[in-house]
Every structure is written in C-alpha cells, then in structure tokens.
Design a protein around this ligand. Structure first.
Ligand code: DUC
Ligand code: ZN
Ligand code: ZN
Length: 494
C-alpha cells in the first residue's frame, strides 16, 4: 500500500506566511505531510516550476439568489457557480442565504441548502442576509443559526427590499455581540441614492451610465463612516464589503488606526473597471452596473494602495451574475433605465488570475499577500481556518497548482465556465493561471476539464470567528463606570 494517495512533487509551496521548496503528501483528503522524499503514492503530480497555493476562499458571491432590483434570478446555480469558481483556483465558496421579507432565516437556510446540496462541486458555507431583524430573528433564529455554523451575516443600508435603518443595524450588532456573530455591511446612503436617482430619471437621464452618478461616492463614504460609528457604539467588529472609493477606504483605515476591529473588503471591479464602462454603446453599459459602481483611475490606484498596505483584508469577487438578456440585465426590455437593471457583475473565476497578474506579477503585492487576501484571511474572518486557507498538515487538501507564466487573453467562450454569457474582462491579457486544482484531495480540474461530480461539494459549518470578538473598549456612554452606572451594553448574559 502506498504511503499517500497523492504526492505533489517539486513545486514551490506558498502560504500567507511562508514559501518552501517541498512536496505535499495527501491522504484521505487532508494534507498529511510537507517534506522532501516523501515516499510512495498512488499518484505523483509533477509541480516542477509551479506554485502550489492554497485554493482560494471566496468570501462574497451570490449564487442562485434573486436580485434586490426586480427580483431577477442569478445566472448561476450552484453547479455552474462552483464550477466556474474551481476553474479559477477557488476551492471554497461562501455565498448568501438571503432572508425574504416576511419569511424566516431558517426558511432561507433550508431553501439554499436544497439548491446547493445536489449541485455544488466544491465545499461551501453560507452567510445569512438579514432583512427583517424582528424579535424572533434576533432572539431565536440568529442565535441558533450561529451555533449551527452560520456565523456571519450581511446587512444592507440601502435597497428598499433589503435595507435596515440605523436602529435595526444596532439591533443586529447587539445580537452579534451577544452570540459571537460576524457582521458584514453594505454601506451606502439610501436617501442620497434615491434622491439622486429620482432627479436623474425625472430629467430624462436614464441610461446605465447614470447608475454610477446615482450611487455617489459620498453616499458610500458617509454610510461607511456611520456604520463604523454604530459598530464602535456597540463594541462589535464589522467588515465593510465591496469598497470602491478612496474616501470609504480612508474611513476604514482611520478606524483601524484608532484600534477598532473594522475590516475591509474590495473586489476586481474596483481595480479593473471604471464608470466609463457603464457608458458603452446601447444597453451594453448594463453589463457593468453593480453597487457600488466602478469609479475612475484614481480610485483604482487608491484601492491598490489599500490592498498593499493592509487596509483590506479580503479580496472577493462579489460575483452577482445576470445574463445579458430578458432573464437578467434586460428583464425590463432592451433599453432599460438604470433603475431597472439588476446590480452585479460576474467574476468568481477571474478573481484570482486578475489579482495574480496585475498584483503579484506587476509587483503591487507579494505572493504571500495574494494568498492572504484571496484565501487565508477570508478563511480566518469566517471561521474556516486552518481547515481552509492554508497548506499545513491537517488542513483540507484544497490546493491550486499555478503556472505563473501562462498567458491568456480572456475570451468568454474559451476561458469562462459560468452561465452568464459574458465577462466584463473580455480581451484583457492575464499572466498566471491555476492549471490543476484539488478539492479535499480530489483532483477537481486537470487538463482544462472538470473532474468532480455535481453535488460532491460538502457543506461547511463554520466556527465563530476571533475577528468577531468585541474589543472590550467601551465608549463612555456604554461604560457603566462612566455612564452613571447604566447597564445597557449587550452581553451574553443580558
Ligand atoms: N451588493 C452586493 O453585495 N452584491 C451585488 C449587488 C449589491 O448591491
Ligand atoms: Zn452589497
Ligand atoms: Zn454582493
């Protein structure tokens, strides 16, 4: 009998912390040894000249979810969404189980499990989206679901169908503090966006490009500032998702400098697209409508700085896929107003290659930062580390073997495996691709083929994250020693 099921031989093994020239021994789906001269295996994979990286952990994607604008169904189901992810070197996804208004969180979780179980080809967890934080949700459902491994949840400060007001956000934060949940926030000022949208539409400015005008930069930075203030008031950490502007990033940076546990996430669309993409011919601009919208070259440079200097912990795709037809972006007709276009761009497959090519190859970040931003940090933030996000003895054998020099000019039909029908990154030349991917020790991608079955991905209940632990630093008004003894801080026993 062989010592291992698989040995990956001769590659450079890289984690968020280290690089080593060593072999990887895999047994029963786990990494069993890291050394040279490992002995025998049923299969030896030659990784000479290759990088052996932890598989990507996708911390923000929407799969089989309906849009906030118009209730449009995502283009990808759990088969095509996870297939596309794994072709791009990602081995874990954490999409959302979104509470429908009037329905329970439990119903959402059950519905998304029914979708994912028979279809996912790689491992998955679920964040929750809380749209109705009523007493039952806050006191019964969320505490129970957190204990069952749904340890993170997103709240929206905008969208009529999803938004919470500040008081509701505070209620969710209090619940997170008491139960060890981790809160993600979509931070945009709802009234600013609505007011701008109404004025634009009333004056006849309805093409997709005006989406970028309606979602003003100030709407993002103001809401980011406010969200951070709410988090500080309750002393509960928070992650601001899909940051697109320098000003919002600076709010996060300032909070971090002040010692607050505020985390930041950004996405490829804020590095590689601009508002000018929304101004393409006809309705083409609708392909690039997402919220917040892509901004400009100066914003892109700022976001790169935030990736390099550690302001951002997570680089995710925010894959929110809609077809460019009457099932998706054009549901309201061939020339929809920007108000009628489902918000979101696809990117789950190109997330890693784009960052590798433009970030690592061009020297903006190093390879360890790349692993941290795309895999290790996300696994840590969401309670999956060290099972996911690293190459270490005992971790799941989720591994992407990269050819750092392989160059491709992106062509949707040739290179992309989602069900969207287009990529916003068409025609861009990218250097460095995952050429072989293992998921829990199974060869998932080889020679450009998917080698794992529908439904073979496993659900991942997640631990409570240490990132979610309160700082223990109270503002005076919450501190009984300084607030005349008022006992109002949400804690586990109250
Ligand atoms: N927010 C997301 O997180 N994804 C898509 C659209 C949106 O507003
Ligand atoms: Zn969002
Ligand atoms: Zn999203």
């Amino acid at each position: 009998m062989s010592d291992f099921d698989i040995i990956i031989r001769g590659g450079t093994v890289v984690t968020s912390a280290d690089s080593a020239q060593c072999d990887v021994g895999i047994k029963d789906g786990k990494i069993a040894a890291l050394a040279t001269n490992l002995g025998s295996a049923d299969r030896v994979i030659d990784a000479e000249g290759r990088l052996v990286l932890p598989g990507g952990v996708e911390g923000h994607c929407h799969i089989e979810q309906r849009s906030a604008v118009g209730g449009v169904m995502n283009a990808d189901d759990f088969y095509t969404g996870t297939r596309s992810a794994v072709f791009g070197g990602t081995t874990t996804v954490i999409p959302f189980a979104a509470q429908r208004k009037g329905a329970t969180l439990r119903q959402a979780v059950e519905e998304y499990h029914e979708c994912a179980g028979p279809k996912a080809v790689i491992d998955y967890g679920f964040h929750l989206i809380v749209t109705d934080p009523n007493e039952h949700v806050l006191n019964e459902e969320l505490p129970a679901l957190i204990e069952e491994g749904y340890t993170s949840f997103k709240v929206y400060m905008t969208y009529d169908a999803l938004r919470l007001d500040d008081r509701q956000v505070l209620d969710v934060l209090a619940c997170a503090r008491i139960n060890g949940g981790f809160v993600m926030v979509h931070a945009e000022n709802h009234e600013m966006i609505k007011w701008l949208s109404d004025r634009l539409i009333n004056k006849g400015y309805s093409e997709p490009k005006y989406h970028a005008v309606s979602h003003a930069r100030l709407a993002e930075s103001e809401a980011t500032h406010r969200a951070i203030a709410l988090s500080e008031l309750v002393d509960v950490p928070m992650l601001i998702v899909h940051v697109s502007t320098e000003d919002a990033m600076t709010e996060i940076r300032n909070a971090q400098s002040a010692g607050l546990k505020v985390y930041g996430e950004t996405c490829p669309q804020y590095l590689f697209l601009t508002a000018d993409d929304l101004d393409r011919d006809g309705a083409e601009g609708a392909k690039f409508c997402c919220s917040p919208p892509p901004r400009d070259a100066a914003s892109q440079e700022a976001i790169w700085r935030g990736l390099a200097n550690g302001t951002f912990q997570a680089f995710t795709s925010d894959h929110a896929p809609y077809r460019f037809d009457d099932t998706g972006k054009l549901r309201a007709g061939p020339n929809p107003s920007f108000k009628e276009v489902a918000n979101g761009v696809p990117g789950i497959e190109l997330r890693l290659p784009l960052l590798f090519s433009e970030g690592v190859r061009k020297g903006r970040i190093d390879i360890h930062q790349f692993v941290a931003l795309t895999s290790a940090n996300i696994a840590k933030l969401y309670g999956l580390h060290p099972q996911k996000g690293t190459i270490a003895v005992g971790a799941d054998a989720d591994i992407a073997i990269w050819d750092p020099d392989l160059e491709k000019t992106i062509n949707y039909d040739q290179h992309i495996h989602d069900d969207v029908g287009y990529t916003p990154y068409e025609g861009r030349t990218v250097t460095g691709w995952p050429i072989m991917v293992l998921s829990r020790g199974r060869v998932a991608i080889e020679d450009g083929e998917l080698c794992v079955e529908r439904g073979s991905g496993a659900f991942l209940p997640r631990e409570k994250s240490s990132a979610a632990k309160p700082l223990g630093r109270l503002v005076p008004e919450m501190d009984p020693a300084r607030n005349f003894g008022a006992d109002i801080l949400p804690t586990a026993n109250k």
